[in-house]
Design a protein around this ligand. Structure first.
Ligand code: FE2
Ligand code: FE2
Length: 338
């Protein structure tokens, strides 16, 4: 009969490089504890500061649909983080997932409370394309796939949407809230980046092929989820093509990080996923006039994330800059007002 607890969890052999990554995973837990914020208090304070949510009437329905999808996505993230906190074997990864579950609970109830205050209600469902992406992560049949679907695709896409919502300045309360969300989500992506290389090392060739196929699938689903919300995003003044390009930059960086640490696996699969996503984004949102500001922005995001992954202490700031957590903790709201 199987032991009820993993008594051998401290016996996992690690290389020096893995030990470093495991320490980073552990720091996700401690960092999460240091930077924890009270959702009720923050929302109250922001509403007081701005005289309540200020969604314009013509934005109400579109904002409710976009934020409704994000809100239900937060519940999916909460469920997945709780699943991972139960099954992940290295204690550092289990700690990071536990911390993430705590963050996602807060993300879910704060968005719900914001929607009630801003629109008087909240959507009882999410857009179908986004639901397909959520399902792919929620019902993934292996831990690496679940992390690829959740931390490395869904959360990278969510981060990009948070950025875009803030840039569009749909509502000052929402813009300032998004800064808190972005800081938390950047840590969650960090869990995937640090853990997946170790999980990939023990995969057979067949498992790697299956894992790569899954990566393609969720990459396409994440583009599809943006396409599904296209009309609403445009109503809010957000260009879905820009979101797709910035999202892809983040995902490409993730792939680059992953394959870098897996021996004999630098098969450029990440690049292929990126090219395929590029082609799809181009087909969906053709744009002959490349926007230089957008390209520069994508590069900046990429650079900031690269630095961010090197130390989980790094916090993302609007415009792709970074700052120290202590400053972020003291004055998180100020950073939205640039
Ligand atoms: Fe979240
Ligand atoms: Fe998250």
């Amino acid at each position: 009969m199987r032991s009820p607890l993993p008594y051998d969890m401290f016996d996992i052999a690690k290389s020096a490089e893995e030990a470093r990554r495991f320490t980073r995973m552990e720091s996700i837990y401690h960092r999460g504890q240091d930077l924890v914020w009270n959702g009720k208090v923050v929302l109250d304070e922001l509403c007081k500061k701005h005289g309540g949510p200020r969604l314009r009437p013509e934005h109400q329905q579109a904002a409710a649909r976009v934020l409704g999808s994000v809100m239900w996505g937060e519940l999916a993230a909460w469920k997945i983080a709780a699943q991972l906190a139960d099954v992940l074997e290295p204690i550092e990864a289990r700690m990071a997932a536990t911390s993430q579950a705590h963050d996602e609970a807060r993300h879910f109830y704060v968005l719900h409370d914001y929607l009630i205050r801003a629109t008087g209600d909240f959507p009882r469902t999410m857009n179908k394309a986004a639901e397909r992406l959520v399902k792919a992560a929620l019902f993934a049949d292996t831990v690496p796939k679940k992390i690829m679907g959740m931390q490395l695709q869904l959360e990278a896409t969510a981060l990009t949407i948070f950025h875009a919502l803030r840039d569009a300045d749909v509502c000052p309360v929402l813009s300032e809230l998004m800064v808190y969300y972005e800081k938390d989500e950047a840590r969650h992506v960090g869990l995937g980046v640090q853990l997946v290389p170790t999980l990939m090392k023990s995969m057979s060739i067949a498992e790697r092929i299956e894992f790569s196929a899954y990566s393609f699938r969720v990459g396409f689903l994440s583009i599809g989820s943006l396409k599904g919300a296209e009309d609403d995003l445009r109503t809010l003044g957000i260009d879905p093509r820009k979101v797709a390009i910035l999202g892809k930059s983040k995902q490409m960086l993730v792939f680059e990080e992953l394959w870098k640490h897996v021996p004999n696996a630098r098969s450029a699969i990440g690049e292929k996923v990126g090219f395929a996503m590029d082609a799809i984004a181009e087909a969906l949102w053709p744009d002959q006039n490349e926007d230089p500001a957008l390209t520069a922005r994508a590069k900046r995001v990429l650079r900031t994330l690269r630095e961010g992954y090197e130390t989980t202490a790094t916090i993302l700031e609007p415009g792709g800059e970074e700052r120290t957590p202590d400053r972020a903790r003291r004055r998180p709201a100020d950073s939205t007002l640039n």
